[in-house]
Design a protein around this ligand. Structure first.
Ligand SMILES: [Zn+2]
Length: 511
């Protein structure tokens, strides 16, 4: 019983700070049905196990975990972001360490308050242990140490979901960040020094900017681009509209989180991780700084790495907050936006992801087995055609002075011979880099002289529309497709754009 009481105390003292921090910064911690109960139980069980260990040991561990929670909160207080493994990576650079100490000075009040609270809670823990005097067992200490040692083995497999974000408790975020940084240091990884990008504010930006980020959509399998199945009737109907531009494009990566993050950072070099640690090319952050009302409306549940971007959006909504979990709900969400001031909206779709019909409402099941070899994917495309068209159509009918961009995070392979029989995505080949690029504006015509576009170029255009020019002194005429890891550690392809696809491969790097 006394051991259970300590476990209860342990859970409260570690988790309460998150809920208190959430009062100050809305969205610091978000309760999710799929993560909160698990982590709550895990915290309680760890507390229960620790309660059987020697008091000094339990006090030290509790104190360290508390410090983890406070580091996370302090970091957020300054950066409005979560401490990530690559943030620890930059600690090797002494200038960056100096910067961090100076930054701490800016939030001295918070830091001192947290340090005092930390000391008080550490003493309180020891005091409570002495008063409660829970049963001790010999196995508790070694069992806890073993758990600490084998834990990285589990997070290494699914490193992405353990990246720090608002769906994890703070103490857990810092613990995982330290482990992941350690694991990364053990692996061979690329490291180049890149010149910093230059961000110039050019103007106040276009009044309304909408970026629709699709999911697993390959232009090759869209009727709009010549595919045989009539799966894009609505976008086809815009072909004669002079405002409607559609182009073939190459994605910047082959995996959702890596592509979306790379895109919204205007990141060119696969291993240029300092861009993300330093955050100055973050498009959502720039838009907010330029006075935009910013929205991130998403039918996706992955919030790990991408939270770096949407932490800077003033309004956010994710799939678990919708009753109906289909992409067209995002159109209803869009209709609620007043657009009475400068507005930047990101709509993040889900529908074309495998299994292909899972995210498609039944009334869009147009194709069946007898129609096509890829009928399930056709249905997903058919549905996305409806969603993208209706965003354009709604804006056309109800608003003025807008630009709409649409592309997909990466493509998808269907197992055809030209894909070497491969299926799906996440493979470092051209087949899953082919994506559509659509642009629509009622007023702002642009020169679209290229035959083939890519994410890097599109991201620059988008940034210009938000009032910034990003100059990258590392450019040399080539572009990159990153592998599945944001720091380039899963390999990449370097290429030159030509008028044909696939583009001209310069180098393929594997690790
Ligand atoms: Zn994806």
């Amino acid at each position: 019983m006394k051991n259970l009481l300590f476990a209860l105390y342990f859970t409260l003292v570690l988790l309460l700070p998150d809920f208190i921090a959430d009062i100050f910064w809305h969205d610091f911690y978000t309760i999710t049905p799929y993560r909160t109960p698990k982590e709550l139980l895990a915290t309680f069980l760890i507390g229960y196990l620790l309660s059987f260990a020697p008091k000094i040991f339990t006090t030290i561990v509790t104190s360290i975990f508390l410090l983890f929670a406070f580091i996370s909160i302090g970091f957020y207080a300054y950066f409005h972001n979560y401490l990530m493994p690559y943030d620890l990576g930059i600690l090797q650079n002494s200038d960056d360490v100096k910067d961090i100490f100076y930054s701490l000075g800016d939030i001295a009040g918070v830091v001192i308050f947290l340090l005092i609270l930390w000391a008080v809670l550490t003493f309180l823990t020891y005091y409570i242990l002495k008063k409660l005097n829970p049963k001790t067992k010999k196995f508790a200490l070694p069992l806890f140490l073993i758990a600490l040692i084998i834990y990285p083995y589990f997070i290494n497999k699914k490193a992405n979901i353990y990246l720090a974000n608002f769906t994890h408790f703070s103490w857990f975020n810092t613990l995982n960040t330290i482990y992941l940084a350690g694991l990364k240091a053990l692996k061979p990884h690329p490291h180049h020094n890149y010149k910093p990008y230059i961000v110039k504010k050019t103007d106040s930006g276009k009044p309304i900017v909408i970026m629709i980020m699709g999911e697993s959509m390959n232009y090759k399998y869209m009727h709009l681009f010549g595919w045989k199945d009539k799966n894009t009737p609505l976008l086809d109907s815009l072909k004669n509209d002079s405002h409607f531009i559609y182009k073939k494009a190459i994605s910047c990566s082959i995996r959702t989180i890596c592509s979306v993050t790379t895109f919204f950072y205007n990141k060119r070099e696969p291993d240029n991780i300092s861009l993300i640690a330093k955050n100055y090319t973050n498009i959502m952050k720039l838009a907010s700084e330029n006075g935009y009302d910013t929205y991130w409306l998403s039918m996706q549940s992955d919030v790990s790495l991408m939270s770096n971007i949407f932490n800077y959006a003033k309004h956010k909504k994710f799939v678990w907050e919708f009753k109906r979990k289909y992409d067209d709900e995002l159109i209803n969400e869009l209709k609620k936006i007043p657009f009475n001031k400068k507005t930047f909206v990101v709509l993040h779709l889900k529908a074309d992801h495998s299994p292909y019909m899972k995210y498609v409402p039944q009334k869009f099941y147009k194709f069946s087995k007898k129609d096509s070899k890829i009928w399930a994917y056709d249905n997903a495309i058919f549905y996305t055609d409806y969603v993208v068209y209706n965003v354009i159509d709604y804006m056309k009918k109800h608003h003025k002075n807008f630009v709409i961009y649409f592309t997909s995070d990466h493509g998808e392979m269907m197992g055809f011979p030209w894909e070497g029989g491969k299926r799906g995505h996440s493979q470092l080949v051209w087949g899953d880099t082919y994506v559509p690029f659509i642009y629509y504006s009622d007023r702002f015509d642009k020169n679209f002289s290229k035959k083939i576009y890519n994410h890097y170029i599109i991201s620059k255009m988008l940034t210009r529309d938000l009032g910034y020019k990003i100059i990258n002194p590392n450019e040399n005429g080539s572009y990159f497709v990153n592998g599945v890891n944001i720091d380039g550690s899963a390999g990449w392809m370097e290429y030159k754009l030509t008028d044909k696809l696939p583009p001209k491969l310069i180098k393929k790097v594997k690790y």
